[in-house]
Write a protein that binds this ligand. Structure first.
Ligand code: COA
Length: 145
C-alpha cells in the first residue's frame, strides 16, 4: 500500500498514462511476492511500528524500489534506508557498483546519495520514463574488486 500510494502521488504525474497504470500493476502485492520468491531482497524501514520506507535490491547490485511515505519524506529516512540496503550486497557479494533507474522526482535525491547519471532520461522497456544512474563505492583496502 505504501509503495502504490507514493507511486500514485509522486511518480505517475511524470509518466505516460498507460505506462503508469502498468507500473501500478507491477507493484501489486501479488507481483511483489513473486519477486521476493525470485530472490529480490526487500528492506522495510519502521518508525516504532509504522512502516515509513521500503527498498528492494536485485542481483546484489540493482536498486529496484525505493520509497518513503509522503508524510515522512525530507527527514533523512531515505539516506538511512539506503545505507542499510547497501550493507547486505557489500557484505555478501563485495558489491562496489550499484545501479538504478531513477524516476524524475528522485534524480536529485540519488545524486545526494552519491549516484551519477550514466545516460539521458529515456523510456524503459515498460515505457516508464527514467534516468539510468550508478554509484561506485571506493574499493576496500586488501579486497579485490
Ligand atoms: C526519493 C525518496 C525515497 C527520498 O526520500 P526522503 O526520505 O525524502 O529523502 P531524505 O530525506 O533521506 O533525503 C536524502 C537526501 O536527498 C536530499 N533531498 C531530499 N529531497 C530532495 C529534493 N526534493 N531535491 C533535492 N534533494 C533532496 C536530502 O537533502 C538528503 O541529502 P543530504 O542528506 O545530503 O541532506 C522519496 O522522496 C520518495 O519516496 N519519492 C517518491 C518515490 C520515488 O520517486 N522513488 C524513487 C523511485 S526510482
Amino acid at each position: 500500500m505504501l509503495i502504490r500510494r507514493v507511486t500514485r502521488r509522486w511518480i505517475l504525474p511524470d509518466q505516460p498514462r498507460e505506462a503508469g497504470q502498468a507500473l501500478l500493476l507491477r507493484l501489486s502485492a501479488k507481483v511483489l511476492r513473486e519477486k521476493i520468491i525470485e530472490g529480490q531482497r526487500f528492506y522495510l524501514g519502521f518508525l516504532d511500528d509504522v512502516l515509513v520506507g521500503v527498498s528492494a535490491m536485485r542481483d546484489d547490485s540493482h536498486l529496484v524500489h525505493f520509497f518513503v511515505g509522503t508524510r515522512y519524506q525530507g527527514r533523512g529516512y531515505a539516506r538511512q534506508l539506503w545505507l542499510r540496503t547497501l550493507q547486505d550486497p557489500v557484505r555478501r557479494a563485495n558489491t562496489r557498483y550499484f545501479t538504478l533507474n531513477a524516476t524524475r522526482c528522485a534524480v536529485s535525491v540519488y545524486m545526494r546519495l552519491g549516484f551519477r547519471a550514466t545516460g539521458p532520461e529515456g523510456l524503459s522497456p515498460h515505457g516508464v520514463l527514467t534516468t539510468p544512474m550508478a554509484l561506485t563505492l571506493p574499493a576496500l583496502p586488501g579486497k579485490r574488486a
